[in-house]
Design a protein around this ligand. Structure first.
Ligand SMILES: [Mg+2]
Length: 173
């Protein structure tokens, strides 16, 4: 039930998803959500640890990009400091923004991974697009007003997902 909302993987932090792990999945592109996936919503730019992480992926030949539902300014400022392509007001869980990003960077959904902190936006978008979806624990317990009401429902889906994983092993496929 609700399998279309289940991520392929659920991790505590983006740093767990190393270049080696990504390459072993035959994935060449990682699409990141920004808010509460990489940084809390009030932090404007990536810190040194994130910068080093992005370059470790890039050096391994993995493309990195941002897909955000926020306003242009948010992605623009964040991505400028790491020279990353982005799509803003992406309309996740719709997949138009995702497709636009794929065209922009010359990637294919089936060889791409989406990492995000929200089931109903990031994971659902990735699953619909045919990408590998990774749910990341939110970096801060503080959510924006628009996100907070969705969390209780997410918790229910995550519980179901965990139960499903216990039964069927780590991944849902
Ligand atoms: Mg987010």
């Amino acid at each position: 039930m609700l399998k279309f909302l289940y991520p392929h993987e659920y991790i505590s932090s983006v740093f767990e998803m190393t270049a080696d792990k990504i390459k072993a999945l035959d994935i060449d592109t990682v699409v990141f959500d920004i808010d509460n996936t990489l940084v809390p919503y009030w932090i404007k730019v990536p810190d040194e640890r994130l910068k080093a992480y992005f370059s470790s992926l890039n050096q391994a030949g993995i493309k990195t990009a941002v897909l955000s539902n926020s306003k242009e300014e948010r992605s623009k400022v964040f991505c400028a400091s790491v020279n990353m392509p982005y799509i803003y007001r992406a309309g996740k869980p719709g997949i138009k923004g995702f497709k636009r990003l794929m065209d922009k960077i010359g990637s294919e959904p089936k060889r791409s991974m989406i990492m995000g902190d929200q089931i109903f936006t990031d994971v659902w978008c990735g699953n619909r697009a045919g990408a590998y979806s990774v749910l990341v624990k939110q970096v801060s317990p503080k959510d924006e007003l628009i996100t907070a009401p969705k969390r209780p429902f997410e918790k229910i889906v995550i519980k179901m997902y965990m139960r499903y994983c216990k039964k069927h092993g780590g991944h849902y496929e």
